[in-house]
Design a protein around this ligand. Structure first.
Ligand SMILES: NC(=O)c1ccc[n+]([C@@H]2O[C@H](COP(=O)([O-])OP(=O)(O)OC[C@H]3O[C@@H](n4cnc5c(N)ncnc54)[C@H](OP(=O)(O)O)[C@@H]3O)[C@@H](O)[C@H]2O)c1
Length: 313
């Protein structure tokens, strides 16, 4: 068996497996499709869980260009896969490939988990519910009770976070995106999902602001939780997203980035006394929820957490 955390398989490997040959071992009946997918830590987390559960199934990562998604999903089905995870850039296009969707996937407009059942392809979204669990775990607060600012609300992860906040009926939601019109689109969808009975006051519960210091400063005074869902912070040389001087000790700051484990945003927030956490808990909880969909049994959360800690140490 190849090292499934280290090995990135290709679409050709998946095609070959569907024809009963090639390097993808028959035990591999789960995988994440993405592009790029090489960095994914999901094989380590899921294979540790599958082993701990005594399952023979194994999980791999497969590089899949956007134009080949439908074929890759078909190959996985023919290869007797149980299901798939989808990551960037497939979460939106996968909607079209599902014969049914769970409520969250429909409301967030994105799918990160597929379950094959005969001719049916059920699509789920565990990113949103995973975020709810992650925030509860790291900050001991329910997302539904927090006034939230989402940075990068127009991106894939940010729009899912923003729409999940709306589903949770967060009392206040501030959306920020470098390309502002994308945040406006998400704000419209978030407003449709929000019930107006939990308004904080007469103002609109969803506000879009530019990614600019004075607007951020003004909104941060009425924010409990800041979620960074931009890719800014992955490189040490990246510029600051928020000036350090406008961060305050009463904030909770969640950075979806987990590599590096402490981004400049988290470093700045921590030094003001704010509570901080990186995105490893989101990776863990969305993964655990996917595993529960595939296996229909509780995921061994602590085993998965340890596996992630090991590969990120
Ligand atoms: N913890 C987890 O499990 C998890 C899961 C998913 C994603 N993530 C992380 O979340 C981040 C976003 O991923 P994604 O899939 O949502 O990517 P994406 O769809 O490409 O979105 C990227 C976002 O970052 C913004 N952005 C990029 N460069 C920027 C810059 N220089 N200044 C300001 N904003 C900038 C984009 O703004 P524009 O719209 O203006 O381009 C967009 O909002 C990544 O760091 C990813 O690793 C973590």
């Amino acid at each position: 068996m190849p090292d499934l955390q280290q090995t990135t398989f290709t679409l050709d490997d998946l095609r070959a497996r569907a024809d009963g040959r090639g390097p993808l071992p028959p035990e591999v009946r789960l995988a994440v499709l993405g592009s790029p997918v090489e960095h994914s830590l999901s094989p380590a987390m899921h294979n540790a869980a599958l082993e701990a559960l005594g399952s023979d199934l194994r999980y791999a990562k497969v590089e899949c260009p956007p134009e080949n998604l439908a074929e890759a999903v078909d190959c996985a089905r023919r290869a007797n896969f149980l299901g798939l995870n989808l990551t960037i850039p497939h979460k939106f296009a996968a909607l079209e490939l599902c014969t049914e969707l769970d409520d969250t996937a429909r409301q967030l407009g994105a799918v990160n988990t597929l379950l094959f059942d005969g001719s049916r392809t059920a699509g789920f979204n565990t990113d949103g519910p995973g975020l709810v669990r992650a925030i509860r775990e790291v900050f001991s607060f329910d997302l539904r009770d927090l006034r939230v600012m989402v940075l990068g609300a127009g991106g894939g992860a940010g729009s899912a976070a923003a729409l999940q906040c709306a589903l949770e009926k967060c009392p206040r939601l501030v959306l920020v995106n470098r390309t502002e019109n994308k945040a406006h689109d998400i704000a419209q969808r978030a407003t449709e999902l929000l019930h107006t009975d939990r308004l904080e006051g007469p103002e609109d519960p969803v506000t879009v602001i530019p990614l600019e210091a004075s607007a951020l400063r003004e909104q941060l005074t009425r924010t409990d939780l800041v979620i960074n869902a931009t890719s800014l912070g992955m490189k040490r040389t990246d510029p600051r997203l928020i000036p350090a001087a406008i961060l305050t000790p009463d904030l909770m700051v969640y950075d979806m980035i987990y590599r590096p484990s402490v981004t400049r945003l988290l470093e700045d927030a921590k030094s003001t006394g704010a509570r901080t956490a990186n995105g490893l808990s989101l990776l863990l909880h969305q993964g655990a929820l996917s595993l529960e969909i595939w296996l229909n049994r509780p995921a061994p959360l602590e085993v998965m957490r340890r596996a992630l800690d090991q590969v990120t140490a």
